[in-house]
Write a protein that binds this ligand. Structure first.
Ligand SMILES: Nc1ncnc2c1ncn2[C@@H]1O[C@H](COP(=O)(O)OP(=O)(O)O)[C@@H](O)[C@H]1O
Ligand SMILES: N[C@@H](CCOP(=O)(O)O)C(=O)O
Length: 292
């Protein structure tokens, strides 16, 4: 038996990817967290879910968090006979706030913590690689794992990321209907114009400077030509709110693949359309971590 014999609890932050120009490259960890407790126990799998997604997510081995744990156990070379999971979900699903990245990150970090000597057998690079392979793009998982602002990229097949410390006031506007990330990715063109790629490269570089010390540049730095307009048809109300906020001078973007809207400001909750929820948040300094 080489598993720890007590429950382990982790917290994983919500993340907002892209931030406008940084498609598949930038992710920001937010102060909204899912909490998961796992314990090696008995035989078989038991999953209890409270909060977001409780009425929808499966309770068997197809549950995303368990799939991430299972993939990590494979890499660690140890799979327990029985596992009990308790999920307290706060991050809304399918809204562009990185719920899947949080589930994947929590699952991998939990599996590593449950295996004796797991930290030595699965280092942080391997965790990022596995999380990226499961999520399909590196931006959310990089930020969910590291906290702060993540700049993520793929080198060959290898997932890489750098973490930067930033502070920002953030408001997220969350519509009642989900749009699956897979659906939103399917709306993107296979090719883009050179001028649009150059436009986004400049804005993404400026965004790093703006977030670190030049907040007055945020309105220019959050412009995008590579993904938001192509996705508007799947989230017209989000796109309308985005345009409205930007006309008023508020740096606003579609969060991740949408349909939530993220603005770099506080004190604007009145802008939320009827039926939407709204959260005033900050940047989560810490990534997915063991809390008990
Ligand atoms: N905590 C979770 N537990 C189980 N499955 C989850 C969890 N979070 C997300 N998922 C799965 O991921 C899907 C949402 O992922 P996705 O479409 O990428 O949206 P986002 O990551 O922006 O919320 C959910 O519909 C669900 O299938
Ligand atoms: N870069 C990805 C980000 C998806 O984030 P999510 O939170 O919506 O899953 C994309 O734009 O597709």
């Amino acid at each position: 038996m080489s598993f720890v014999q007590h429950p382990v609890t982790v917290q994983a932050p919500a993340t907002s990817a892209n931030l406008g120009p940084g498609f598949d490259a930038l992710g920001l960890a937010l102060t909204l967290h899912d909490t998961v407790t796992a314990e090696v126990e008995g035989d078989g799998l038991s999953i209890e879910v409270r909060g977001e997604g409780a009425d929808e997510v499966p309770r068997d081995a197809s549950h995303l968090l368990y799939r991430a744990m299972s993939a990590a156990f494979d890499l660690l070379g140890e799979t327990p006979a029985g596992l009990r999971l308790t999920c307290e979900n706060v991050i809304p699903h399918g809204r562009g706030l990185g719920s899947s990245a949080a589930a994947i990150s929590a699952g991998i970090v939990l599996a590593r913590a449950l295996v004796d000597g797991g930290d030595d057998r699965l280092d942080d690079r391997a965790v990022l690689q596995l999380a990226t392979d499961l999520e399909g793009h590196p931006d959310n998982v990089a930020a969910a794992l590291s906290g702060g602002l993540a700049i993520a990229w793929i080198d060959g097949a290898a997932a890489e990321a750098v973490r930067l410390d930033v502070d920002a006031d953030v408001t997220v506007f969350v519509p009642p209907q989900a749009v699956a990330t897979e659906t939103a990715r399917g709306l993107l063109p296979a090719e883009v114009a050179h001028a649009d790629a150059a436009f986004n490269a400049g804005r993404a570089a400026l965004l790093i400077a703006a977030l670190r010390d030049e907040p007055a540049r945020l309105i220019s730095a959050t412009e995008d030509r590579l993904h938001q307009s192509f996705r508007a048809e799947a989230m017209p109300a989000s796109y309308k709110l985005l345009r409205q906020l930007r006309v008023e001078g508020v740096p606003a973007v579609i969060s991740g693949a949408g349909p939530s809207v993220l603005a770099f400001a506080h004190g604007i909750t009145d802008a939320a359309p009827s039926g939407w929820s709204v959260h005033e948040l900050g940047v989560a300094k810490l990534g997915t971590r063991i809390v008990a």
